[in-house]
Design a binder for this molecule. Structure first.
Ligand code: FAD
Length: 628
């Protein structure tokens, strides 16, 4: 360990590892500090990567040159493409992951990276000089200096773990909390909030009666997370499905007086879309049962994760509740479920580069920004790591806007609107989701990753080749015609698609809702594409009018986004703006007129006034941020 680095990352969870890996690959001497070296990349909760809206994040991380997708493919033990019955805009990859293999993969990858040192220590303080960070101080009093510092402390800041009415200080099961750093952030003036999340008990596999349970089928032809990678070669294991019942609900209701959630002991805001089983039973009394997915934790572990019964009830009630469920009548638990309260920093205190507005060269990434989930944390870590590295090199920042990516939406939502509860990514948050699909994340983003030095030349060239192949096939399908012969109409009939009355192009045929590219192969031997490229092509044709309309909307969006607001603009001097609008703009310091328009309470009228004002003072173009 040296006493000077270019960049220091505090925390080796999903955010910290993306940040430190990106920084070291961008040429910076990097130090990654973690409370426990062997927990690098540990999955604190469910053994899975991806999910609705999250799969898109993983694909985008991969396209930009991050590491999560490759790690997931190396350790996946069951792939499923979610929402297959719905349109391609909302389809998302998810894979069951071998938790120990993933942890080991990350320990080895990070441990063997060039220009990346690892230190097992607790950071207690951020060193500041003239409103700029200059390094960190550890709990042992060591001072280590750096040009930029990133904090990726996850659920550890002032963490408090609850099992029933017993609570103990901790950042994760059997791990200490980070108290001094939490205090230090408050002393530095950061506005913190207290959030809550929870996890379920882990079950001993050999005590589950699988013969009573339904199996969940896996994809027979899985698609890898990583664009140029292959799906995992590990043995694939199914999940199983069971349900709570009235007896389970009675046990839970009886136990509410011992639940920290319902006795008022936990006051923090929890994850709305991932409620505890206590919350589900109380808030949805009309539901006779709740679904539980029993997910394997790995190939060599005798543990299952019962997804859907996250709880902070006392351990004896957890067991009683589980025993009331079909297939779990004799189950033994390996570890109890628990709830955890922790502190986050209000993300509106950040620029879209994830640098803090009040302290230069200090970046916050991951769950500390108010999110929940490995994928959200990793995406923030990657973008924070990229920006911190650019800052250390004296270069402009890198910001993806809402029209380019899910990552752009995630960050814009956080820094312009803030969040009052753990923020989870969903496809519904993304206004241009028809264009921002999983299958085209590389076409959208690999150029940025390549320019930043994170995507290798050969991989970038592979993406260019993919684009060429798609464009050539689009042209060919537009030119190739098909005649209304008897055999063609018999073919169409089997997909309940109306018969042809005249000659049409294959492109026109592909626009029909019942027809996809795979089926065209029976009509035309030259349709040779497959997998994700074929899916991409099908979507572009089918949704062509909608995508065209979205492109128009994006143009309008970009026009507002192009109008930059100088960072030193004195909003209080702008006549015509209400006091509320002036206060909000001064506090949130939006970088563009587009960002200003998305702040709640900022009216279209105030945007017009601001636009006129910016024109008058001759501003509105150029600031330090490059918008991707
Ligand atoms: P973490 O993975 O928490 O990593 C934090 C890192 O910071 C660790 O390496 C730690 O050692 C280090 N650290 C902290 N303080 C210091 C310090 N002072 N000095 C040095 N190192 C420090 N997500 C979901 O999507 N769904 C869920 O249902 C869900 N449930 C969860 C339940 C529980 C009980 C927990 C703990 C988490 C849950 N999560 C869930 C959240 C998920 O685990 C996180 O979103 C994700 O791990 C956050 O990644 P991160 O990198 O920000 O932080």
């Amino acid at each position: 360990m040296k006493d000077h680095y270019d960049l220091i990352v505090i925390g080796a969870g999903h955010a910290g590892i993306e940040a430190s890996s990106a920084a070291s690959r961008m040429g910076l001497e990097t130090l990654l500090i973690t409370l426990k070296r062997d927990t690098i990349g540990l999955m604190s909760c469910n053994p899975a990567i991806g999910g609705v809206g999250k799969g898109q994040l993983v694909k985008e991380i991969d396209a930009l040159g991050g590491i999560m997708a490759k790690a997931a493919d190396a350790c996946a033990i069951g792939y499923r493409m979610l929402n297959m019955s719905k349109g391609p805009a909302v389809r998302s990859s998810r894979a069951q992951i071998d938790r120990i293999r993933y942890n080991n993969y990350m320990v080895n990858l990070i441990g063997s990276s060039e220009r990346l040192d690892i230190l097992e220590r607790e950071v207690s303080q951020i060193l500041i000089k003239e409103k700029k960070t200059i390094g960190i101080k550890t709990i042992k009093g060591e001072k280590i200096y750096a040009k930029v510092v990133l904090i990726a402390a996850g659920t550890f800041l002032n963490g408090l773990i609850h099992i029933g009415l017993k609570s103990n200080i901790g950042g994760r099961f059997n791990e200490p909390a980070s108290l001094d750093l939490s205090e230090n952030l408050k002393e530095l003036g950061f506005k913190t909030m207290r959030f809550k999340t929870g996890t379920c008990a882990r079950l001993l596999k050999s005590t589950i009666n699988f013969s009573k349970l339904d199996k969940q089928l896996l994809d027979s032809e899985p698609i890898a997370f990583s664009f140029l990678g292959k799906p995992s070669s590990l043995k694939q294991l199914p999940c199983f499905i069971t349900y709570t019942n009235e007896k389970t609900h009675e046990i839970i209701k009886k136990g509410l007086k011992f639940s920290p959630l319902y006795t008022g002991k936990i006051r923090a805001r929890g994850v709305r879309y991932c409620p505890s089983i206590e919350d589900k039973v109380v808030k949805f009394p009309h539901h006779a049962r709740h679904q539980i997915f029993l997910e394997p934790e790995g190939l060599d572990v005798d543990e299952f994760y019962p997804n859907g019964v996250s709880t902070s009830l006392p351990q004896d009630l957890q067991i009683e509740m589980l025993h009331s469920i079909k297939g779990l009548e004799d189950v033994k638990i390996v570890r109890p479920g628990y709830g955890i309260e922790y502190e986050v920093v209000d993300p509106t205190e950040l620029f879209p580069t994830l640098e803090t507005k009040s302290i230069k060269n200090l970046y916050l990434v991951g769950q500390i920004n108010g999110t929940t989930g490995y994928e959200e944390a990793a995406a923030l870590g990657l973008i924070g790591g990229i920006n911190a590295s650019l800052k250390a090199k004296g270069k402009d920042g890198f910001v993806l806007d809402r029209s380019t990516s899910y990552i752009g939406v995630l960050i814009d939502d956080l820094v312009t609107k803030g969040t009052q509860e753990p923020y989870r990514m969903f496809t519904s948050r993304v206004e241009y989701r028809l264009s921002l699909r999983e299958d085209n994340a590389d076409l959208r983003l690999a150029k940025f990753g390549f320019d930043l030095g994170l995507v290798e030349k050969c991989n970038y060239e592979a993406m260019l080749e993919k684009r060429k192949i798609i464009e050539a096939e689009v042209e060919r399908l537009k030119k190739t015609t098909i005649r209304p012969t008897e055999s063609v109409n018999i073919f169409l009939q089997q997909f309940k698609s109306s018969p042809l009355k005249r000659q049409i192009t294959l492109a026109e045929l592909l626009k029909r809702p019942q027809i996809n590219y795979e089926q065209l192969k029976d009509l035309d031997d030259n349709c040779k594409l497959s997998g994700e490229i074929a899916q991409s092509l099908t979507s572009e044709f089918k949704y062509e009018p909608f995508i065209r309309r979205q492109k128009e909307e994006v143009k309008r969006f970009k026009n507002l986004e192009k109008i930059k607001i100088p960072d030193k603009l004195d909003f209080s001097s702008i006549a015509g703006l209400s006091r509320e609008v002036k206060e909000k703009l001064s506090q949130l310091k939006p970088l563009t007129l587009g960002a200003a328009s998305r702040i709640s309470g900022i009216t279209p009228a105030s945007i017009s006034i601001l636009m006129v004002w910016l024109k008058k003072i001759g501003k509105g173009k150029g600031n330090e941020t490059r918008v991707g």
